[in-house]
Design a binder for this molecule. Structure first.
Ligand SMILES: Nc1ncnc2c1ncn2[C@@H]1O[C@H](COP(=O)(O)OP(=O)(O)OP(=O)(O)O)[C@@H](O)[C@H]1O
Length: 291
């Protein structure tokens, strides 16, 4: 992962009339980094993602990708929504081919096909490639959405709670797949989630948003656990509980205390996983009568 910032978000704000959903949102994402954002419902996470995608305008502030300001949607950024947004009248192959042809309009049919098949195989759906979305389960549709986003080889992948509607088992399998694909492709990812365990498994850094009105990115939590972590063994690492407690404490108490613009404008970066555990209390000494 590079140490240079690839995506830079400066002073982002969104207002509707007199009400300010968020303001002074500042953060950066490095190339190859996986960043999750967590915060209570309504603080503005989807709005921020839509601004990064170029689908929505902020009231204030700027977003730069590689030092160029983002002004509208682009195939440089792939988006996966919770509702997978597939075209129901097209097969899996045709859904993905549509996106591939938009990115490489000069490719011939066999080039497109070969590329589509590679990405469908990557998410384990080769057997369903000629089926329509109506014949697929929710988890399979979400995989098609992921394959489609990866197939255009975006420089930045934006995921809006992509696993929110899935059962725990399917969710776990697709999380593992995403982890593997990101490790292979060094994809830069910005993902919204409500699930602290998902954030700890996937993210290199976790952005914590305070509540609205005037929500902000209040703090950035560094995930100091080894990057080759796996879902099945995550909880054996003592760092996991320290990070998890930190995230839950923020969501339960601090996110509310920091609403109304009380969060710092420049979020501090913290590493709760490396915090020394509190020392053991001294053993209780038996009481002796002095005199
Ligand atoms: N047209 C509008 N007029 C007024 N307020 C709006 C409008 N559109 C969105 N909002 C407000 O903007 C806020 C941010 O919405 P957004 O969907 O970005 O939040 P979120 O953090 O992604 O929420 P969730 O976790 O529930 O998806 C919400 O509080 C919503 O009420």
């Amino acid at each position: 992962m590079s140490t240079e910032s690839f995506l830079k978000i400066e002073g982002l704000a969104k207002r509707y009339g007199d009400s300010t959903v968020f303001d002074s949102v500042n953060f950066e994402i490095r190339q190859g980094e996986f960043v999750c954002i967590i915060g209570h419902s309504g603080c503005g996470k989807t709005t921020i993602l839509n601004v990064l995608a170029g689908l929505e305008q902020a009231s204030e502030g700027h977003v730069f990708m590689d030092n160029r300001e983002i002004a509208g949607p682009s195939l440089e950024r792939g988006v996966v929504f919770q509702g997978h947004a597939l075209m129901p009248w097209l097969t899996v192959r045709a859904n993905i081919a549509f996106a591939v042809r938009s990115k490489w309009p000069l490719w011939n049919r066999s080039q497109v096909n070969e590329h589509v098949e590679k990405y469908v195989a990557m998410v384990g759906l080769s057997a369903a490639i000629d089926k329509k979305p109506s014949a697929l389960s929710g988890g399979m549709k979400q995989r098609v959405g992921i394959a489609r986003a990866f197939a255009i080889q975006p420089r930045m992948l934006l995921l809006d709670e992509p696993f929110g509607a899935l059962d725990a088992l399917t969710r776990g399998t697709i999380q593992d797949e995403l982890l593997r694909i990101c490790a292979e492709t060094h994809q830069t990812v910005f993902m919204i989630t409500h699930d602290v365990d998902e954030a700890i498994l996937l993210a290199d850094r976790i952005l914590l948003m305070s509540n609205g009105p005037q929500a902000r990115v209040a703090e950035i939590v560094k995930n100091t656990m080894p990057r080759d972590r796996a879902r099945a063994t995550l909880h054996h690492d003592p760092q996991y509980y320290r990070i998890r407690n930190h995230l839950v404490d923020f969501l339960v108490a601090r996110s509310k205390e920091l609403s109304h613009g009380k969060a710092p404008v420049q979020p501090p970066e913290v590493s709760p996983g490396l915090q020394e555990p509190l020392p053991e209390p001294p053993p209780r000494m038996p009481l002796h009568r002095v005199a």
